[in-house]
Design a protein around this ligand. Sequence first.
Ligand SMILES: C[S@@+](CC[C@H](N)C(=O)[O-])C[C@H]1O[C@@H](n2cnc3c(N)ncnc32)[C@H](O)[C@@H]1O
Ligand code: SF4
Ligand code: SF4
Length: 347
Amino acid sequence: MNYHNLKHNLFRTAGKLREQNLRRILYSCLQRPFHKPGKYPTDIVIETASVCNLNCTICRSVKADLGRKNRFMSLALFKKIIDDIAPICNTIGVSYCGEPLLNKDIFNMIRYASDKGMCVSMLTNGISLNAEARKGVLDSGLNFMAISMDGAAKQTYESIRIGASFEKLVENIAALVKERHQRKLSHPSIDLQMVVTQKNLHEVATFEKLARDLGVDRAYLKSLHIDRSREDVEYVQYLEKDYFVNSTTLPSRYIVNESCRLELKDKGLCPQKARTPVITTDGNVLPCCFDIFGEYLLGNVTNQRFMDIWNSAKYSDFRHKLAMHRKLPMCANCLPSDYKKINKILF
Ligand SMILES: C[S@@+](CC[C@H](N)C(=O)[O-])C[C@H]1O[C@@H](n2cnc3c(N)ncnc32)[C@H](O)[C@@H]1O
Ligand code: SF4
Ligand code: SF4
């Protein structure tokens, strides 16, 4: 381990000490003494649920059959994945094409990963955050929670997040913030995010005020993605016409080109350096979160070790020759290389 890596690891460990107990820190450090940056995944998304209790207008994943055999990932498979990846990756997300809070084992999953020193984040619609779920969240060791709120007024929010109740969401967030405070916990950090569209762009200031009033840690705006991986003309046209915002000041990943088509603002190398694999509820390993239909299957962790899949010639070639250089059809439409600059942090 060179000096730079050692320094990096010491800073990371010092940060973790504020949050976690010594046993977990030691476990994590012993597992990864020779972690080489650049060689392994930066983070791994594990799809704990592929179904949802909402039907958001902008969400592609609930409008098509994704072909998953399992609606929920089993606890046994999740644990197997964590055991596989613990030596090489310490950052995971538990949300992908569905709502993670619907998985009955979600808090046991997070606790298991957390006890192995992992930093765990969850993106949720927040609708199921009742008293029991809030306790589960606070007991689980979850590090980051981002809650999706695509409107700051009841009418706007409920017209996009079909099936949700604005009052219920606000009540759940307020209660979670209060209970975290009462228990004197600093985790999880609680963020609110809004995908900016024509429907809600007039509510940005109200969204920021609401987020501040609720006492969350951060609020930010994200850009709309229009999935074209399996041409669904109706979905694409609907989003282009009624949702896409052509703006230089608000988050928008596309520009309108000379042929009046939407094109990514900047198409350099893969924004995720081809190092953010996804594992679906069925255990399929996919290259990134833009492959929702699992077209680029790289292996399956139910019968293979994750590291064998990652190091296979198939994945290695795929990573270096195709994904990294945006040579897959979905790469033309995913995210600009500097997408972090495009998202707008309000506070
Ligand atoms: C697919 S959801 C899964 C997690 C959870 N169900 C939720 O809504 O937060 C993950 C995120 O994708 C966002 N999303 C859905 N459709 C989108 C689109 N067309 N463009 C950009 N973000 C989108 C949602 O707002 C949400 O924040
Ligand atoms: S809550 Fe999340 S997964 Fe469910 S429909 Fe909305 S964006 Fe999609
Ligand atoms: S779609 Fe292509 S460029 Fe975009 S994140 Fe995935 S592999 Fe990288």
